[in-house]
Every structure is written in C-alpha cells, then in structure tokens.
Design a protein around this ligand. Structure first.
Ligand code: NAD
Length: 514
C-alpha cells in the first residue's frame, strides 16, 4: 500500500547491497527483552530464501512453546511501566523511531527487496508509509483519551481509554516492514506491549525494527520478535496471556486465529485477503484509468491484498482500454529488483510462482484469452534462480472462472466487460471478499453513488491502492474484522474503563431502612 505519489520517490541509484543490511541478515533472529537471542526451544529450522536470487538468505530456528512463553512473559513484565508512561512520552519515542527509520530508509528498502523481491523504488515508497505510520501515531499518542460526562445531581463520570495488555501479532510477507508497523505503532502508542511473529518468507524487517525502536527509547520487553512458521504462530495466538491478536494473512489462517481468540475471548483484528473490483466507465480519462489499473494489479508483483484484479470496463471504452492496458503490461520491465528501471521484481517463492501460473492456465482452459504475460523469465546473473513472471492480462473471461473468483496474489489481471451501472455494482459485490474497490469516471455524482454501494472497506475514486496513515484500512465480509491506520486503529488497541463519581449521599431507595 502506498501513501505517496510514486514519482516523488527520490532515486539515489545506490546499487550496493549495503554492509549494514548484510549485518542485519546475520543470526540470531529472535528479539526478546531488548536484544537479539537464540530461542530457548525450537520446533525445527526453516530457510528464508531470497526471492531475487533463489538462494538461502538465512536459516532460522522456529520458536517453540517455551520461547513463545518467554517472549509473552517479557512483554507482560514490560507492560506496567510502558502503560504508565504518559501518552506524550510514548509519542516522543515513536516520533524518534520515525526519524531513525527515515535515516535508515535506503538500507531498510534494500532489506525489503532482499526479503520480498519487490523493485527497489517500490520498497522506498513502502518506507514512506512506514515512517508516516510512526509519525502519525507518535503525533496522536498524547491525544488518545476517553471522555467525561456530567450526570444528574452534580455527579459525573468518565470513561478512560486503557491499553489491552500484551498483543500477539502475526503477519504476511508482501509488505514485511509495513505490515508489522501498522500493528506495532498504534499498539505501542496506546500503551500495549507486543510480541510479533513475522512471515517465515520475509522474517527480517520486523527484527531490524526492534533495533530501531530500542535506539529510539522503547524499553526492553515492550516489543519482541519470535520467528517461525504456522506452528509458532499458533503457539502465540493460543497463548493464554496474550490479550489481543492482530493478524494479517489469508482467510484460512484468519479463521484459525479467530478460533484461537475465541477460546480466551480475546480481542481480534484480522486483515485478510481480497479480490477487489476496479470499475472503469465510458467517460473515464483513459490514461488515468489504465495507470490506476497498473497500480491496482502489478505493484509488488501483484502480491497486494487490495489489488483490483477484477477490472470491469464499460463496453464503449472496452477495446481502447484493453489495448492501452495490454500495451503497458507488455512494456513492464521484469528484472533484478535492485535495478532502478525494473518494474516487476521476483515472485516470493517458486511454489507461489507456480500457483500464479496455474491460475493463468486454468483461465485459459476455461476459455479466457491470454493477451500477454503469464510466463517465467530467466534473469541472467545473480537472479537466474529467482522466479520472475511477466504480468498476465486475461480477457474474454466470465465472473465464474476460478482466476476471476479466487484471490491469486500475483500479477494476473482479468478484464471483464459490462454495460450498465446497476449490472456492474451487482457483479462487483458478488464475492465473498470486501477489502477494496475503485471506480474511474469523470462523473463525480456517479463516482460517489457507486462507491457508496460497493461492499468494501476501502474505496478509491480515480486512483487505486493509496492508503495514508490517517485513514482506516480494513475489510468487509471475509476480508477481515477491525481497521488498521487512522484513529480507527485506536479502537482496536484500547478498552474503556468507566468511572462513576457520586457527589451526593448514596441513594439506594427502600433498600435502606432508618
Ligand atoms: P498466511 O495466512 O499463509 O500466513 C500469514 C501468517 O500466518 C504467517 O506468518 C504464517 O506463518 C502464520 N500462520 C500460518 N498458520 C498459522 C496458524 N495456524 N496460526 C497462527 N499463525 C499461522 O498468509 P500469507 O501467504 O503470508 O499472506 C498472503 C495473504 O495475506 C493473502 O490472502 C493476502 O491478501 C493477505 N494480506 C492481507 C492484507 C490486509 O491488510 N488485508 C495485507 C497483506 C496480506
């Protein structure tokens, strides 16, 4: 997700892999109580492959029950003093973290490229959203307040906002630092402490964030990182001393997180998958609509939850749109994500690349026309073992095809034709998901009418995939529960404590007999 205009990203043409980043990649990989450490027990080792090269970046022990317990205990021990700081003081620390993140932008972007495979200029843009997130919650931490109410007979009451306690966070791999920051910044601003388990496919950024937070003044134990796969994630989400679960990932895992939360009646936030519609009306500015559709499909190799992969185009503009979009898709430059002119980086893994290609084949076998892409490209040199795919565009598809119904999470855009506004709204909403949606039209009244009817947590008019720190992000239907970003996230990291202050003698009516 972006919060900035992409052309504003400074390109500094640094091609070096950076010694700082090489140091960050070294073991150990857990962070508990303020320092890197080896786990006290493990449930095996997993290999973190670098998508760009296909080579092992790190071999990481997966934390076991004792280690998860150690992390949660540290977070619990740190909770009283962290939650007792004033919001202003916590805000100052988060603001310092934002400054340090800015100073380290280039190295952090390189780390994200190595962890995820996305092009370097995109990784830099992602860092802007990470920094903005810490600036935003640093700025508002002192204003996370409740309210007071005047009651009859001079009495009064207030409802203060209290932190929830220890948050267990589990994340996906497509925006390694951003996913973690969107959870950690609001949680810490509200006075909670945190244990985070990143995705095993992109485990390093969350660890480096720990070092930056410590340098900014976050006390030991407030933010902890454990590594592992699903088993470790399940140990964390089932831990009885986690007060809240905050998850980003697939719907299938979201169900398991919710089941784990149900056992302890835990507060749960879920940021899950999507299959979002992007609607282009005949009167849209064609160039803008195509630019929006490119952003809605091909950023981060298409591995974006909110992507508008069902592109509904009205019949009058359909031919022109398909031609222009396909021309642009063919011009995209697949290559080493460290090169400044690369626009399509490496798919996260071989398995995932094969899954994406499988969707392309299934669409074709169901009768769709593959206009371009959907092939593996061998990028010579360092990157020859990475999985690089050309962006695929399919047309002549229908709403029931597997590639049109299911989330692919890769660069496969389906273009569907429509005639009327009523028809397209009904088709756009005919999905289990409700994460996002967008509309391109020059008719402002229609734009508002359409987004009003879209069953989606985030909608865009004449753009796509922008998500500033100040505005809530999250899904309707199976795309999730709760919101990240903006003031909305505060609701999910605090609980109210109500205090009634009686200013008169207690009036208990006939219960008291003189
Ligand atoms: P995933 O569900 O496979 O894994 C997500 C995380 O859950 C990983 O850290 C994994 O190790 C952990 N996990 C797996 N099984 C677990 C269990 N039983 N208990 C606890 N944790 C467990 O998803 P993924 O492949 O990492 O990410 C892709 C999905 O994430 C897509 O569906 C995408 O749309 C979604 N996503 C959503 C958002 C959003 O904000 N809505 C953002 C990014 C990604």
């Amino acid at each position: 997700m972006l919060n900035t205009r992409l052309s504003s990203i400074v390109r500094n043409y640094s091609r070096s892999m950076s010694t700082t980043v090489n140091n960050w990649i070294k073991p150990p990989y857990n962070w508990i109580n303020g320092s890197r450490c080896e786990p006290v027990d493990t449930v095996g080792l997993f290999k973190n492959l670098e998508p760009r090269t296909g080579q092992v970046l790190a071999t990481i022990p997966a934390s076991g029950k004792l280690e998860v317990d150690r992390a949660v205990k540290c977070a619990r021990a740190a909770f009283p003093s962290w939650s007792n700081l004033s919001g202003m003081e916590r805000g100052r620390i988060l603001t310092r973290a934002a400054q340090l993140l800015r100073e380290n932008t280039e190295d952090l972007a390189i780390l994200d490229v190595r962890d995820n495979g996305k092009p370097i200029w995109e990784a830099r843009a992602d860092m802007e959203t990470v920094i903005a997130c810490f600036e935003y919650y640093g700025g508002i931490a002192g204003s996370i307040v409740g309210h007071h109410v005047k009651l009859p007979s001079g009495s009064w009451g207030f409802a203060s906002r209290e932190p929830l306690g220890v948050v267990g966070g589990v994340g996906a791999w497509n925006y390694p630092l951003q996913t973690c920051s969107w959870k950690v910044a609001p949680a810490l601003a509200c006075g909670n402490t945190f244990v985070y388990k990143p995705s095993p496919l992109a485990p390093l950024a969350a660890l480096v964030l720990a070092q930056i937070l410590k340098e900014a003044g976050v006390p030991d134990g407030v933010y902890n990182v454990i590594q592992g796969e699903g088993e470790t994630g399940a140990l964390l989400s089932n831990h009885q001393d986690c007060d809240k679960l905050s998850f980003t990932g697939s719907v299938q895992t979201g169900v398991k997180i919710m089941e784990a939360g149900a056992k302890g009646i835990k507060n749960v936030t879920l940021e899950l998958g999507g299959k979002s519609p992007l609607i282009v009306f005949d009167d849209a500015n064609l160039k803008n609509a195509v630019k929006g559709a490119l952003m809605a499909n091909f950023l981060t190799q298409g591995e974006v939850c909110s992507n508008g992969t069902r592109i509904f185009v009205q019949s009058g503009i359909y031919q022109d749109f398909v031609k222009c979009f396909v021309d642009q898709a063919k011009k995209m430059k697949v290559g080493d994500p460290m090169n400044e002119d690369t626009t399509v980086g490496a798919t996260i893994s071989e398995d995932h690349a094969k899954k994406v290609l499988g969707y392309v084949s299934s669409a074709v076998s169901e009768g769709a026309k593959l206009e371009c892409g959907g092939e593996r490209v061998i990028v010579p040199g360092d990157c020859q073992d990475g999985w690089f795919l050309t962006p695929a565009v399919i047309t002549q598809c229908n709403d029931q095809m597997k590639a049109v119904k299911e989330e692919i999470f890769g660069s496969v855009a389906a273009i569907l034709k429509f005639d009327t506004e009523e028809e397209v709204i009904s088709r756009a909403n005919d999905t289990e998901f409700g994460l996002a949606g967008g509309v391109f039209t020059n008719d402002l009244t229609r734009a508002h009418r359409v987004v009003d009817k879209l069953q989606a947590g985030t909608t865009w008019i004449n753009t796509f995939n922008l998500s500033p720190a100040e505005l809530p992000f999250g899904g309707y239907k199976t795309s999730g529960i709760g919101r990240e970003n903006g003031l909305a996230a505060i609701e999910h990291y605090t609980q109210y404590k109500t205090v009634y202050v009686e200013m008169n003698d207690v009036d208990c009516g006939p219960l008291w007999q003189d």
